[in-house]
Design a protein around this ligand. Structure first.
Ligand SMILES: C[S@@+](CC[C@H](N)C(=O)[O-])C[C@H]1O[C@@H](n2cnc3c(N)ncnc32)[C@H](O)[C@@H]1O
Length: 273
């Protein structure tokens, strides 16, 4: 696994990681057979979309399809949600109005938000879905350390394997700025499909108003779709997907939470499933 082919660069990054991740955890990642472990999650018939497999994210070759992305993600995330990542994620939990029995965290990554959801609703069935089996390995490891029973699924957020009206709550954290606009819109339509009537959708992501004027910040993070994300409005997208009671709240320095409810009767006048 490599972020860079440059051996001095690799040495530097490893030393940094040892400090930031901790020796024990890095040792675990170092000795892990990523191929075998990722095969446990891998959906054999899943074809990675070009918008995902063709991009480098955060300067990592191969993006999330490189184990390095999974190892380094939490270290990077700690600095990308100022003033404090945990506090930002707690705002998502605080925004939940219902008592969900089935929760889906789409694009769950290494599971930081998924773990918090399970801690907040221990009786609920909690599922984390992500397109990177490597991110799921780390998510599962973190859940095991925390003693939490969470189901991890390898899949596409825009075409999940779930039946209609399956969830009381769907959360989406820091995913939509990483997908092309048309995919983000498909993801929201999918959220609408799999939520029960009166189910809640909560999206935590970059503050679009602020990011529009901070292109330099987007350039630092090296994310291929962030500029178009910043130019758009998640609030509008959610309304277009059929959600009601839509609202956006700006939190922290550069983040926002947008939420909506699936109506009992949809806009076409028909009853939602
Ligand atoms: C920036 S990370 C966010 C991870 C996590 N939600 C969090 O809050 O830290 C984006 C995640 O979305 C995943 N992802 C990107 N496109 C996806 C898609 N179409 N379907 C499912 N997961 C996707 C990536 O693999 C990555 O783990």
């Amino acid at each position: 696994m490599s972020i860079t082919q440059n051996p001095i660069g690799q040495l530097f990054i490893k030393s940094m990681l040892r400090v930031l991740i901790g020796k024990k955890q890095l040792q675990f990642y170092d000795t892990l057979n990523w191929q075998t472990q990722s095969d446990r999650f891998r959906q054999p018939d899943l074809i990675y979309p070009h918008y995902y497999s063709s991009q480098n994210y955060h300067g990592i070759e191969g993006g999330y399809l490189n184990p390095v992305a999974a190892i380094t993600y939490d270290v990077v995330a700690a600095y990308t949600a100022p003033p404090n990542e945990t506090w930002i994620r707690q705002q998502l939990i605080a925004a939940i109005d219902c008592q969900p029995r089935r929760i889906l965290d789409l694009g769950c990554g290494t599971g930081s938000a998924t773990l918090m959801l399970k801690q907040a609703f221990p009786q609920a069935v909690v599922i984390g879905l992500d397109l990177s089996p490597y991110m799921l390995i780390v998510a599962e490891y973190k859940a095991q350390l925390a003693g939490l029973n969470i189901n991890w699924i390898h899949g596409l957020a825009e075409a999940t394997p779930f039946k209609e009206a399956d969830f009381d709550l769907v959360t989406v954290s820091f995913l939509l700025h990483e997908t092309p606009v048309e995919i983000s819109q498909l993801i929201l339509q999918e959220c609408f499909r799999i939520l029960k009537p009166e189910g809640e959708l909560i999206i935590l992501d970059g503050n679009q108003k602020r990011l529009r004027h901070a292109k330099w910040l987007i350039d630092i993070f090296q994310e291929p779709y962030s500029k178009v994300y910043a130019a758009e409005s998640v609030n509008t997208w959610i309304g277009e997907a059929g959600f009601e009671s839509v609202k956006t709240e700006y939190i922290g320095w550069i983040d926002q939470i947008t939420q909506g409810i699936k109506p009992i009767v949809s806009k076409c006048g028909c009853e939602s499933l």
